[in-house]
Design a protein around this ligand. Structure first.
Ligand code: BMA
Length: 750
């Protein structure tokens, strides 16, 4: 028996013509070692993909100009991978584990088939029958088949995308912020021995909380291949490693699976709060079976999550954590790299620290990407960033036959049991925009008859109910509950549920699809806006990294290959000027994005809690590109980062044009006293002060106040400088009544 898991590090690969597969397998059955196979093999770095490995052999920067096209042909390539492991003696209970396999594969040991995979979102654990292994060297072979071969052209579903037939990240098929690069690859892999007794799937739920104690429910599974009297010890420690609970008990268990459940009181509980609302206290639980030494452990937080959909008979969409209403501030998270899907831990920390520092309390893991690496969830727990978690389905109809549903069932069950102890996860969401897209394309009758998405929805809802009833499940983003029964009701309604605002930018909802300027965000009175955004260029150093000097000169196909949408980006950019060079393209587009995001967020925050959240599209990006991100592939911040950081401050003063008023919002859970200073300037500049006023104001805990005064009546040539001082902090905002390009700044005479 292997004492500990053996990591498989030396993988080799080559492409394979599938007509030669059987012949090759016969050869493998005779020669159990890599060296004796006459193949032209190259090292394959894992975790990795064919494409990330080929980048090394081709010696290209795939992100430079149109180099990504050099990887196009690999989407149709079948691969064979090899690795070896040694055994001192034959083990009855061996298994091989892959973090993930992307995606369609067959796995062989010494030429004998031991398993297959068809889902990139599942950790694959495959038993190795003792009859197939030898003492000494053993050969693992993995065939990876191209996903493109599995497109089912016969499935009779309109609007169904090629990418939906294989369960793998959708964005790799090309998205409006990502290149097309359809990966094949494997994650980390190791060989281990199954234990005679295992403890699995620990799950901790906060049942109730008061100031003296919290009651938590702990559940775990034992799997035993022998019957015995087992003695368990359950220990809970707080962050200082002080024991807050320790008890032991014995139980006779028959062979097989057993579920254990216990309610435990935690005295003086330290709660887990989102960023800005308190500490992120984490506890550690360990369950040990003493005679075998088998253990299981997990971190968890004590906290309650609710989603409030009605209040005083009004539709609402408010997250409540530990009974406190949270105004959700954050962005949409997309995969960190197009070629491997997963980046370094340092990159995750950097991205999420930037988010925390910009006053985020929520991030949405978008459904067209990946289920993230462990580090992502650990950091969100540590930093207090709530996660809106989509399941990985986006912008299409999906098959709903039995085989597909079974595959999805395994996938979602795995995701739920793996991630449900993370206090940061606030909601599970079925998909991104599937129902909304269906609504846009089909008539009421057609939708009612076909009931597209219903089976997948019911499956996800039931699995969440069974495996993770501790947090809400939401059918889609966007979704309106009335759409459940009324097929004529827009799933992206602004009157209920959550909403994506692509009226600005994409012009969705406009009959001519002409997008309006960003001030139209104010017309959206939705309860919660989980997508809205404006594209911009990255910083100059990133542009220098990806475009030659001549490509930088003026708009061209390479800019578009890097996702620029020229006609749409002009809509808001023209408020700032017509760029004459790359520096101005960067400045005007970044400024337009920054002003637009500030305007939207402030407008929606001024309607506190009628609107209760703004998650802009999109926080990060998977390659260096011209898109909606506010932090680029090389971790450089755009201007919008700083504007959003300010617009997300806990206490801010917002100018509302319709009523000429100032609304001060307080997200602290305490009453706050502030000083508001308003200065009005004229003549399209800040050089001539017209008037100034100061106010001392008090705002209730988690509340807002409105101030109406003549000073906030602005003519077109007027500008307003708003300053707010509270505790040791301040907030600043500049309001221009004209377009920025109309400002007449005097010569600073430097
Ligand atoms: C949203 C997302 C993505 C897309 C973005 C910008 O709807 O769900 O599909 O990248 O729009 O177009």
């Amino acid at each position: 028996m292997l004492k500990k898991a053996v990591k498989l590090e030396n993988w080799f690969f080559t492409s394979i013509n599938l007509t030669k597969k059987e012949g090759l397998l016969d050869e493998i059955k005779e020669k159990f070692s890599i060296d004796s196979l006459q193949l032209d093999l190259k090292p394959f770095i894992t975790p990795g993909t064919l494409q990330s490995n080929m980048v090394k052999y081709l010696e290209i920067n795939p992100y430079y100009e149109e180099n990504m096209r050099e990887l196009d042909s690999y989407e149709n390539m079948a691969l064979i991978l090899f690795s070896e492991f040694n055994l001192d003696k034959v083990d009855e209970k061996l298994q091989i584990v892959f973090d993930y396999i992307d995606t369609i594969s067959e796995i062989y040991v010494n030429g004998a088939l031991i398993g297959k995979s068809a889902n990139a979102f599942i950790q694959q654990t495959i038993k190795i029958p003792p009859t197939h292994v030898l003492t000494g060297k053993n050969l693992i072979t993995v065939f990876l088949f191209p996903a493109m071969a599995y497109i089912n052209k016969e499935v009779d579903l309109p609007e169904i995308r090629d990418r939906v037939f294989v369960r793998k990240p959708a964005f790799n098929y090309g998205w409006d912020f990502a290149p097309r690069v359809i990966l094949t690859g494997i994650g980390e892999s190791y060989i281990e021995s199954r234990k005679a007794l295992t403890l699995e799937d620990i799950f901790i739920v906060t049942e109730s909380i008061n100031s003296q104690k919290a009651i938590i429910n702990v559940e775990w599974k034992t799997k035993s291949s022998y019957a015995d009297n087992f003695s368990f010890q359950l220990v809970i420690e707080d962050e200082k490693n002080d024991e807050v609970h320790n008890h032991q008990f014995s139980q006779f268990l028959e062979i097989g699976e057993h579920i254990h459940r216990q309610n435990i009181d935690i005295r003086n509980p330290q709660l887990w709060w989102p960023n800005g609302y308190g500490k992120q206290a984490l506890y550690r639980i360990e369950v040990k079976e003493k005679s075998s030494g088998t253990t299981i452990h997990s971190l968890f937080g004590i906290r309650k999550t609710e989603l409030l959909l009605k209040e005083d008979n009004e539709n609402r969409f408010i997250f409540k954590i530990n009974g406190v209403k949270i105004w959700a501030k954050g962005g949409n998270w997309v995969p960190t790299d197009a070629l491997t899907n997963f980046s370094s831990k340092a990159k995750y920390r950097k991205l999420l620290m930037y988010a925390k520092n910009a006053n985020f309390n929520m991030m949405r893991v978008w459904g067209g990407g990946v289920v993230e690496k462990k580090i992502f969830y650990e950091l969100c727990d540590e930093l207090g960033i709530l996660i809106w978690h989509d399941f990985q389905f986006a912008c299409s109809m999906y098959p709903e036959d039995d085989v597909y549903l079974k595959n999805v069932e395994r996938e979602i069950s795995g995701i739920l049991t793996r991630l449900r102890n993370h206090p940061s996860i606030a909601i599970w969401c079925g998909n991104n925009e599937n129902e909304w897209i269906d609504f846009q394309h089909y008539t009421e009758n057609c939708r009612e008859e076909r009931k597209f998405g219903e089976k997948l929805h019911q499956l996800k809802r039931d699995l969440c109910q069974k495996l993770d009833p501790s947090r809400p499940y939401w059918r889609s983003s966007p979704w309106s509950p009335t759409s459940e029964t009324s097929f004529s009701y827009d799933p992206n309604s602004r009157d209920e549920g959550n909403c994506h605002d692509w009226f600005v930018w994409h012009g969705v909802g406009q009959s001519d699809l002409q997008p309006p300027e960003f001030e139209h965000y104010a017309a959206n009175h939705a309860r919660f806006i989980s997508e809205f955004g404006i594209q911009s260029f990255p910083v100059k150093s990133t542009i220098d990294e990806i475009f030659s000097k001549s490509i930088q000169e003026s708009p061209n196909k390479v800019w578009e290959f890097h996702n620029l949408n020229l006609s749409k980006i002009r809509v808001n950019m023209k408020k700032f000027g017509e760029p004459q060079n790359i520096e101005e393209w960067i400045l005007y587009t970044q400024a337009a994005q920054a002003f637009g995001m500030k305007f939207a967020i402030e407008t929606w925050r001024s309607r506190k809690f009628e609107t209760a959240g703004a998650l802009f599209w999109q926080y990060n990006e998977p390659w260096p590109t011209i898109c909606w991100s506010i932090i680029d592939y090389y971790n450089n911040l755009k201007i919008a980062y700083y504007f959003i950081k300010r617009a997300f401050q806990p206490v801010i003063a917002i100018y509302e044009k319709e009523t000429n008023s100032i609304i001060i919002v307080n997200d602290f859970t305490k009453t706050i006293e502030c000083k508001l200073v308003l200065r009005k300037y004229s003549k399209y500049s800040f050089s001539e002060l017209l008037s100034m006023k100061e106010y001392d104001v008090k705002i209730d805990s988690n509340g807002k106040i409105t101030i109406i005064d003549d000073i906030t009546i602005l003519l077109k040539e007027d500008c307003l400088w708003i300053q707010l001082f509270y505790e040791n902090n301040s907030f600043d905002s500049i309001i221009l009544a004209c377009d920025p390009s109309e400002m007449k700044f005097p010569d600073p005479e430097i």
